[in-house]
Design a binder for this molecule. Structure first.
Ligand code: SAM
Length: 273
């Protein structure tokens, strides 16, 4: 509070600036991430440095990326630790490979963050898809989104986001965080999830796989065959029926009943798209 008023800081709603003000929650997040003294950590959006400080006390090295240059002086004062390096840029535009190799070399690292909610999915997609040497991602995100990350087939929260996250990681819902521990208070509750990144992935055409998943969920209440044949693929309805049959999937099922494994098999058998 002192620092915020000293630097006359004004929160930016559009940058998702809801800062954590409860030290116990900060510790619980770092506990969930299982950060140890030999770990390298990447944090997105350090804000005023509350989580960054706890990370620097427990990890070997912390690299943080913050979009808001107005926090520079404040962070200089709040984080007088040698094992922290902060970059002031938009993580979505940042050359992560270069930043990581400059700071962590070839070593693996963990991601820990209280993410800005307006860009949660793009940030996580970028981290996962850039093929960086990440072992785990532990993040606080909007509770509804966290529930979708961990949702199992047959539930209302299960969708293409669940399949995407569960394709790349073993995901766990850690705990719920009420909106009262932030300043200013967001309108929603939050949840902490941890993603253990899989070291080996099925050797498939991922682009095709995610297209088939997206198309399958494009009309949630329709049968799979209806959703897939009306999506605009060049394949004919009978070719799609054939792919479903070879994959041992009843065409009258709905997308939300398919396991990630079944989507993988279907995408392998699916006509070229
Ligand atoms: N880690 C702090 C905490 O827990 O109190 C702040 C978390 S706050 C929810 C999100 C932070 O991400 C803010 O500091 C915001 O300025 C920053 N941010 C928003 N968009 C960003 C982006 N595209 N790249 C990097 N940082 C971003």
């Amino acid at each position: 509070m002192e620092l915020l008023s000293k630097y006359n800081f004004r929160f930016s709603k559009s940058l998702g600036q809801n800062f954590l003000i409860d030290g116990n929650i900060v510790k619980k997040i770092v506990d969930s991430a299982e950060v140890e003294e030999f770990d390298n950590v990447l944090e997105i959006g350090p804000g005023i440095g509350t989580l960054t400080e706890e990370l620097s006390l427990r990890a070997k090295k912390v690299v943080a990326i913050e979009i808001d240059n107005k926090l520079r002086e404040l962070l200089d004062e709040s984080l007088p630790y040698e094992n922290i390096k902060i970059y002031f840029e938009d993580v979505l535009k940042a050359d992560l490979k270069a930043i990581i190799s400059e700071n962590f070399g070839e070593e693996s690292f963990k991601v820990v963050a209280n993410l800005p909610y307006y860009v949660t999915t793009p940030i996580i997609s970028k981290l996962i898809e850039e093929d960086l040497n990440i072992t785990s991602i532990t993040v606080m995100i909007q509770k509804e989104v966290a529930k979708r990350f961990v949702a199992k087939p047959g539930t209302k929260d299960y969708g293409s986001l669940s399949v995407f996250i569960q394709f790349y990681s073993d995901v766990k819902y850690e705990f719920t965080v009420p909106n009262t521990v932030f300043m200013p208070k967001p309108n929603v509750d939050s949840g902490v999830v941890s993603l253990k990144i899989k070291s080996e992935l099925p050797d498939i055409d991922r682009e095709k796989f995610f297209k088939v998943v997206k198309a399958s969920f494009s009309k949630r209440r329709k049968t799979l065959i209806n959703a897939l044949s009306s999506y605009g693929f060049s394949a004919t309805k009978s070719e799609i029926l054939q792919a479903l049959s070879v994959s041992n999937i009843d065409p009258t099922r709905r997308a939300e009943t398919l396991t990630p494994r079944e989507f993988i098999v279907l995408s392998i058998n699916f006509p070229d798209i």
